[in-house]
Design a protein around this ligand. Structure first.
Ligand code: ADP
Ligand code: MG
Length: 359
C-alpha cells in the first residue's frame, strides 16, 4: 500500500529525474538510496526541517499551500547559504491515508520542486501510530562552487551594513488579514489594540493586501539573490522568525550590535506603496507595518551584512535590496527612531517553540 501511495502522489518518472539539473540525479525514488552527482569542484550543502500539524501548519490550511511552503522553506536555507538545489527527500508520518489531502499537498510540493529544479529523490512514509497529527520532514541537498566558503553568521564585522531583500513582514501582514477575514483577529492581537489594528488593516491599499496574501501563501526562495551575494555578503540568513530575532543570531555570533534605522524600515513599505503616506493615520499604519517587519516570520527574504558602500554587482531579477542598518561594537539589536537620536534596544518576541528556549 505504501509504495502505491508514493507512486500515486510523489514519484516523478525517473526519465524526468535523470534530466533534472543537467543529469545530477543518478538514482531516485524506487531504489534503496538516491544518488546525486554534484558538479566538479562544488561543495555539498544539506538542510533539514520538520513541520508538525497544529504547530507549523493548521489542519485547515490548503494542503497545496502546505506542500509549496514546506519545500520553499528548505530552499530558502540553501539560498541563504548561496547554494543551488540538487534534490530533496521527504519523510511523511501520517495518522491515516487521506487521498484528497495527499493529492493536494503533493501538487503544491511538486510544483515548487519543478519551478526550482529540485527533484524529489526519495523519502520514507510511515504510520503515525496513535499520534493523530501529520509530520512532514524534508531534507534538501544543494551545491555551490568550492571557492564560495559560505556566509557564516560569525563573519560580520563592525561597520558592516545590514541589508534585506523585498519587504520582510508581508507574510505576517497576510496572516493578520487572514485572521481578520475569518473573524478571529482576537487570536493574534491584544484586546486593547484590536479595534485599532482592525481599522488599520481596513485602510491598507488593495495592492498591498494582495502582496501580503501572496507572501503568506506563496513565498519565494531567493535562490538567485543568494548566488549574486557570493562576492558581496559576509554573514547571511533567511528571515524565518522576524528581522529583530533573526538578526540577533548574527550579532551574537559576531559579538556586535545591530542598529536598525526606523526611516529605512518605513521606506521598505513606502517605496512600494507610496500611497500609505497619504493615509490620515499614516504614522500608526507605518508603525504596524514596521512591527510586522521586526516580528513577523515566514517571508523567507534574505538578510545579509556587507562592507559599507558595497552593492551586489548585479541585482537579482525583480528583487529589491535595501540597506536598513549597520553593525557596530556592542550587543543586541537596536532601533534608531530619528537620525541622531539614542537607539532603543529591541527585545525579540520571535516565535520560541519551548519556553526553555529551544528555537
Ligand atoms: P526501504 O524499505 O528501502 O526504506 P521504502 O519502502 O521505505 O524503502 O521506500 C521505497 C522507495 O520509495 C525508496 O526509494 C524511498 O526513497 C521512496 N519513498 C518512500 N517514501 C517516500 C516519500 N514520502 N517521498 C518520496 N519517496 C519516498
Ligand atoms: Mg523506508
Amino acid at each position: 500500500m505504501e509504495f502505491d501511495l508514493i507512486h500515486r502522489h510523489f514519484a516523478t518518472p525517473f526519465s524526468a529525474l535523470a534530466h533534472a539539473n543537467g543529469g545530477t540525479v543518478i538514482a531516485g525514488i524506487g531504489d534503496d538510496c538516491a544518488a546525486l552527482r554534484p558538479a566538479a569542484n562544488h561543495v555539498l550543502y544539506v538542510s533539514t526541517d520538520t513541520l508538525v500539524e497544529s504547530v507549523h501548519f493548521f489542519t485547515t490550511d490548503v494542503p497545496a499551500v502546505v506542500g509549496w511552503k514546506s519545500l520553499v522553506s528548505n530552499l530558502s536555507d540553501l539560498a541563504a547559504s548561496g547554494a543551488n538545489p540538487l534534490g530533496f527527500t521527504l519523510n511523511l508520518s501520517l495518522p491515516h491515508v487521506e487521498e484528497a489531502w495527499l493529492a493536494s499537498f503533493s501538487s503544491g510540493l511538486l510544483e515548487a520542486a519543478a519551478q526550482y529544479n529540485c527533484p524529489l529523490v526519495g523519502g520514507d512514509t510511515t504510520s503515525a501510530g496513535t499520534n493523530l497529527l501529520k509530520t512532514i520532514s524534508i531534507t534538501v541537498f544543494g551545491q555551490a562552487v568550492g571557492t564560495h566558503t559560505g556566509f557564516h553568521r560569525s563573519l560580520a564585522r563592525a561597520d558592516d551594513e545590514v541589508w534585506v531583500s523585498g519587504t520582510p513582514g508581508l507574510a505576517r501582514l497576510g496572516l493578520l488579514l487572514e485572521y481578520q477575514c475569518r473573524g478571529q483577529l482576537d487570536r493574534c492581537c491584544e484586546p486593547s489594540s484590536l479595534q485599532r489594528v482592525e481599522a488599520l488593516l481596513g485602510a491598507l491599499p488593495e495592492a498591498l493586501k494582495n502582496s501580503a496574501f501572496q507572501a503568506l501563501q506563496r513565498p519565494l526562495p531567493r535562490l538567485e539573490l543568494g548566488q549574486r551575494l557570493h562576492s558581496v555578503a559576509r554573514a547571511c540568513l533567511d528571515l524565518s522568525d522576524g528581522l529583530s530575532g533573526d538578526l540577533l543570531h548574527i550579532t551574537k555570533a559576531s559579538n556586535l550590535r545591530a542598529v536598525l534605522s526606523l526611516t529605512a524600515l518605513q521606506a521598505l513599505w513606502l517605496r512600494k506603496w507610496p500611497e500609505l503616506s497619504e493615509h490620515i493615520d499614516a504614522d500608526s499604519l507605518l508603525e504596524t507595518l514596521v512591527f510586522t517587519t521586526l516580528e513577523g516570520g515566514d517571508d523567507f527574504e534574505l538578510c545579509w551584512t556587507c562592507p559599507s558602500g558595497q552593492r551586489p554587482a548585479k541585482v537579482a531579477a525583480g528583487v529589491a535590496q535595501s540597506c536598513v542598518g549597520k553593525l557596530e561594537a556592542g550587543e543586541g539589536v537596536w532601533l534608531m527612531q530619528h537620525q541622531d537620536s539614542e537607539p532603543i534596544r529591541l527585545e525579540s518576541r520571535s516565535y520560541v517553540h519551548f519556553s526553555q528556549g529551544l528555537t
